[in-house]
Unconditional design. Sequence first.
Length: 189
Amino acid sequence: MIRREAWYFMEAGPKNTPACLDLLDKAAADGFRHFVMASTTGDSGVQAVRRLAGKNLNLVVVGHSVGFKGPNVDEFLPEHQEEITRLGGKVLKATILTHSLETSVADQFKGSAPTLLIANTLRRLGQGLKVCCEIVMEAVDAGLIPEEAEVVAAGGTARGWDTVAVIRSAASKRFLKLSVLEVWAKPRG
């Protein structure tokens, strides 16, 4: 039996990032080796890599793909990317798996798509948990995290983090093999 404490935040949002950083520290101390963290601008990601650097961990910070906010717009700040890399972390700018060509066509023609159903189903458990699932698959797809590894993922609602989960990794092609093993923190609302 594994016994862990779960943290439930009263509200979603970036004010929960410091508590999530504490949980990442705890995960490293507990022996987890693979970490995947969402970070739009790189700010949360660089905070985590600063705290976890030098501990022989696989640290992957996942940002939006270039162009997500508009043509040629890269939201990830170059100074954050440079620092994350210098400290031994990896930066991945990836297309959000549930926000792809299929969703673009669904938006254009006012329909739905299986990826939208998956995204909205995952959102029932929280936006941050949806993000955690997506970024783990994106990191596996890029070859930065092995499949079937226990990965600590941090994600959130808009900016910062409010969710930490342990996920058994899978490539997006094998999405149904992805497994949320533990939820360490999430907002209640």
